[in-house]
Design a protein around this ligand. Structure first.
Ligand code: SF4
Ligand code: SF4
Length: 407
């Protein structure tokens, strides 16, 4: 199937099942568009759009991270609500996530040029050089086939952890070849761990067009993060935020009961998403909503970034800020302190997928990708790392949780 004809055989709109209360102003073909690059927009009648760096792609500020979703009806509802950018990956749900994206876009009759698709290829830090390039290209062809398209808009090197991965000349060759063949429009990478320096490097080098960042309110006081985002934006790199609301469970668990009921889940959810998008250098966020209520909440942000009184109070609440102390920012500072050389950032990420996301498959995969000898077995309960973490993440307790689950 060629680009032009991709996904154009249906055209029928699907009912907004399960979306009671969501305005129909975002229905496909009837979008009101307002570009908010560089402004905190207060208008709540039009969907807010921004441009993704030098790619020129215009996107609604709220998109969909499909990772945790397994219900095709949720994707259809996202499309009907006006979401036009879907972020998936070769590795999600062992390929079923890409298959679902491909078949839903067919079903809703999305014209290929009206939808932006990103997928990601993960290799791990041990695979490099010629072997990395071959595997990268092989996996990408599988992705194209599952997505039922002949190109994707953005291809990310997924979950990079060290500069050598993105600087590998063979990987860069792969991206260049794919662009030349028209199989991808733009190249990028996704990054969770200690990313400010790598993002600054990318800004200097200008090889990558887009970066998908783990970015959320736990970083509100981190100047390195703010500076690197600005630098990348100024260099024309398109920035997309993921893991935007992943700390919600920590807030919910740590806040006193009366405050939990005062703020309510919706206020936390929308406050956290708005905070991310108040950074005008972030083009769009890809929240990983898994149900219709969460989609409904996130879509209110797509139209209006102004904080409500409750959202403002939530963000400045001392207890909320204190609860942030327990969020692992993946900075890697603790790693050297561990006598067992445990891969603490990835163990904390495993804990997040397992306990906060309730996504046991991603948790298991993240745990399995940790190098042998650096997983839960490396921890001897010495507590050294906790004293090195300036955010006071209860590392040992979380590793003990993982031992309970996976040991
Ligand atoms: S546990 Fe603390 S020091 Fe270690 S990566 Fe997370 S935030 Fe950084
Ligand atoms: S508590 Fe475990 S992870 Fe932390 S420093 Fe000690 S051995 Fe390493």
């Amino acid at each position: 199937m060629n680009r032009r004809n991709f996904l154009s055989n249906s055209g029928k709109m699907l009912a907004l099942s399960g979306l009671a209360g969501l305005s129909q102003r975002g229905l496909a073909g009837n979008l009101l568009v307002k570009d908010t690059q560089g402004q905190q927009d207060k208008n709540n009648d039009e969907m807010l759009y921004r441009t993704l760096g030098k790619t020129g792609i215009k996107l609604p500020i709220v998109s969909m991270g499909v990772m945790n979703a397994s219900n095709p009806a949720l994707l259809k509802a996202a499309w009907d609500a006006g979401i036009r950018f879907f972020d998936t990956a070769w590795v999600y749900q062992r390929g079923n996530n890409e298959k679902m994206v491909g078949s839903v876009l067919q079903e809703v009759g999305a014209k290929r040029e009206d939808v932006t698709i990103a997928t990601k290829i993960k290799l791990g830090t041990d695979i490099k050089g010629k072997e990395a390039k071959e595997l990268f290209l092989e996996r990408f062809d599988e992705s194209l086939s599952r997505l039922q398209t002949d190109y994707v808009d953005i291809l990310h090197y997924h979950d990079v952890q060290i500069p050598e991965q993105i600087n590998d000349p063979y990987i860069r060759e792969a991206f260049t070849e794919l662009k030349e063949k028209g199989k991808i429009r733009f190249s990028g990478y996704s990054i969770h761990i200690d990313w400010p320096d790598m993002v600054k490097d990318a800004a200097r080098e200008k090889f990558y067009d887009v970066i998908l960042l783990s970015y959320n309110y736990s970083m509100y006081d981190d100047q390195r993060v703010a500076d690197s985002i600005k630098q990348a934006h100024d260099a024309g790199i398109g920035l997309i935020a993921m893991k935007t609301q992943c700390q919600q469970d920590w807030y919910k668990r740590n806040l006193p009961a009366d405050q939990k009921s005062f703020y309510g889940e919706k206020n936390m959810n929308t406050a956290l998403l708005k905070w991310v998008l108040h950074n005008k250098h972030i083009t769009t966020a890809v929240p990983g909503f898994t149900n219709f209520d969460q989609l409904n909440e996130d879509m209110t942000v797509a139209y209006n970034l102004e904080y409500t009184k409750e959202e403002k109070e939530f963000l400045i609440d001392r207890n909320v800020k204190l609860s942030i102390q327990s969020v692992c920012r993946q900075c890697g500072t603790c790693t050297e302190s561990c006598p067992g050389n445990a891969d603490i950032p990835n163990l904390m990420r495993t804990h997040m997928y397992s306990v906060n996301y309730g996504n046991p498959l991603m948790a298991r995969m993240t745990l399995d990708e940790i190098k042998p000898g650096r997983g839960i077995e490396a921890c001897s309960n010495c507590t050294e790392c906790t004293s090195k973490c300036k955010y006071q993440v209860p590392i040992r307790e979380r590793i003990n949780d993982l031992v309970e689950i996976y040991g």
